[in-house]
Design a protein around this ligand. Structure first.
Ligand code: NAI
Length: 333
């Protein structure tokens, strides 16, 4: 059965990296029909809204989307399309596998961990107000429902992907009620999975441990704000945001995306590195149970990195986006 996948090319380098990834996925033998939609500034110009209803309907129908980066104006203009998508589709789990690639200089070449971040609440609920001039209150929301479902997601992911340990990262020593609730929910779910090791680490210590001994972590489970920060920290341990994949997953659908931005400084030159979105595409294929194609692409990608001859500019090479994609396709077995 061919898959119907919603495709959001996005802004800047988005269309360049998405077409490279679509080309690789199709060359790997995956039968896919792509429904392409604009979002963000392009959609605003064409349809008068940044997240057109047709796009949301398409994701709800297809339950899966591949998304390029979207420019978010800073300080003014429309609110983030990425946040809008997560809210509209209740994509409550943010998944970021963090693994070094061969021949890419980084601090921890052996690292292989997964960050699971709660995506819908915490300080990101956006409930802020001025109490009196000069005093602002921002409210942190933590619920039993959201904390339980993200803990379930982390343990079920561990079981499915053969991971051994889940670590809850928190600040329950200070935020006894909110982070305390998050931790209680984690412990309740951990008790249902005696085969998976479970521990908890206070977030400041976790950051130090990540820099000094990151191999002690397997799956890290975090609330929204800590997760946002720690997931970028983890990307930095293996070579940066240009390489790691990301996904936002909920009951209504799953959006697989590059975690880097639209890179306006290099857009239109055909030199962007498509690796991050390609790795998200590999995650997407596993999600769609196209495990063979996912493996085929992953093995070819790893081969190209091991050989180290075809590299994009950001990692010290001269290959263009499409040359890199074609090299991967030629490396298929
Ligand atoms: P950025 O990630 O776009 O760029 C930072 C630096 O990394 C730039 O020098 C860029 O050339 C380089 N870079 C990023 N991705 C690359 C790739 N695939 N290949 C080669 N080099 C790459 O971050 P920046 O400049 O802070 O954000 C630009 C725009 O992107 C902003 O409007 C921001 O809101 C948006 N953004 C969107 C995201 C999304 O849609 N998921 C995530 C992060 C930022």
């Amino acid at each position: 059965m061919p898959h119907t996948i919603t495709l959001i090319p996005g802004d800047g380098i988005g269309p360049e990296v998405t077409s490279a990834v679509v080309r690789i996925i199709e060359a790997a033998g995956v039968e896919a029909h792509w429904e392409t939609y604009y979002a963000g500034a392009q959609a605003l110009e064409k349809f008068g809204e940044t997240l057109p209803a047709e796009l949301l309907d398409s994701i709800k129908r297809n339950k899966v989307a591949l998304k390029g980066p979207i420019t978010t104006p800073i300080g003014k203009g429309f609110t983030s399309v990425n946040v809008g998508l997560r809210k509209a589709l209740d994509l409550y789990a943010n998944l970021r596998p963090v693994r070094a690639l061969p021949n890419v200089p980084c601090r921890y070449p052996e690292l292989d961990l997964v960050v699971v971040r709660e995506n819908t609440e915490d300080l990101y609920s956006g409930i802020e107000h001025v109490v009196v001039p000069g005093v602002v209150e921002s409210i942190k929301i933590i619920t039993e429902k959201a904390s339980t479902r993200i803990a379930k997601f982390a343990f079920e992911y561990a079981v499915r992907e053969g991971r051994k340990k889940v670590s809850a990262i928190h600040k329950a020593n200070i935020m006894k009620l909110s982070d305390g609730l998050f931790l209680d929910c984690f412990r309740n779910i951990a008790a249902l999975h005696p085969d998976i090791e479970a521990n908890d680490v206070i977030v400041d210590n976790a950051c130090m441990q990540l820099v000094m001994r990151p191999e002690q972590f397997d799956i890290m489970l975090l609330e929204n704000l800590y997760g946002d920060i720690v997931s970028d920290l983890c990307a930095g341990l293996v070579g940066g945001l240009g390489l790691v994949p990301g996904a936002n997953i909920g009951e209504l659908g799953a959006v697989f995306e590059a975690v880097h931005g639209s890179a306006p400084d290099i857009a239109g030159q055909g030199v962007a590195n498509p690796t991050a979105l390609l790795q998200s595409g590999i995650l997407m294929l596993r999600h769609l149970n196209e495990r063979e194609a996912a493996e085929r692409i992953e093995n070819a990608m790893l081969k190209i990195f091991v050989e180290g001859k075809v590299r994009t500019r950001d990692i010290g090479g001269t290959a263009k986006t499409m040359e890199f994609a074609e090299a991967i396709i030629h490396a298929f077995e």
